[in-house]
Design a protein around this ligand. Sequence first.
Ligand SMILES: Cc1cc2nc3c(=O)[nH]c(=O)nc-3n(C[C@H](O)[C@H](O)[C@H](O)COP(=O)(O)O)c2cc1C
Length: 319
Amino acid sequence: MQVVQFKPRPDRRHDSTGPANGKPVGATPTGATIHPIGAQAVVHALVAAANAAGFAPSILDSQPWRWRLTGNTLVLYLDRGRIVDDVDVDGRLAIISCGAALHHARIALAAEGWRLTTHRRPDPADPDRLASLRLDERSPAEPADAPLMNSIPLRRTDRSPVTGAPIAAAQLKAVTAAVRAEETSLHVLYPDEVLDLARVASDARPSESGSGDRSTGAGPVGLAEDRGATFALLYGHHDEPEDWLRAGEALSAGWLTATAADVSVLPLSAAVEVVATRQAVQIMIGCVGYPYLLLRLGRATTSPTGPRRAPTAQVIDRR
Ligand SMILES: Cc1cc2nc3c(=O)[nH]c(=O)nc-3n(C[C@H](O)[C@H](O)[C@H](O)COP(=O)(O)O)c2cc1C
């Protein structure tokens, strides 16, 4: 077992996979860059991806994942020892968190131009093995991935009250599209639904003793100080661990997009932690799907300047 400390993402000019002078390794007649794939470059990319995943949001900052690196593949495992039992009995919030880490790793690889294959189907013989990322080839990075990559060290949970004007339609559209691209949906709540949900969430509250997230000051939805907020429910058509993983990937995609668009995000899990309240929420939204997580969106009032918390050591088991 190797514990890898986070190192700042290498400056591409000093990337060991490229030439010392930072110029492209080679160019096609069309000008596209071709990078060689070496074993060292593969390990470097996968370790960097796991470290980028250390910036992902997780329930109570539990970071309930670990990685195994074998050849050109990075495997994501649920770390059951880090599940916060009293608020997450079936591990759904932990698996959503793992999905967010998986998406961060995918973005880090894509931003470096890696083409990869993602396998999500859980192995019945090894249920904690959630997904794997296999590097296939390297090609010029897609410019579309750069803003999300840049958002990784800037993203943070914003618990300050949302008092200004609501987010613009274009901002909401961008976040919704990012969520949908990860095969999950976002249902924007009408004001009366927000009130209903506030009741459901506050009914759920007594069962959440010991939840650090709640003690951090995230109050029930619909409070006066959140009058500028837009509330949206992340939901999908199935309710299995694989769907929770996808929900986490969608959470990450929506959140990184929101960060790039100056939209603040606060996940609110109170309404979905308990079966009864989750079902109440499901009925409330007309049974269009299974609710995974409630999000409070607002206009970001402060622009983040540096990493939002201390870098975290990622545990990477190398075989
Ligand atoms: C599935 C999930 C549920 C969460 N639920 C809450 C919540 O109910 N209240 C809250 O304040 N934060 C919640 N968070 C945010 C985490 O507390 C936060 O990601 C973690 O403390 C790390 O901080 P950061 O997001 O600023 O990096 C949740 C995060 C995830 C991934």
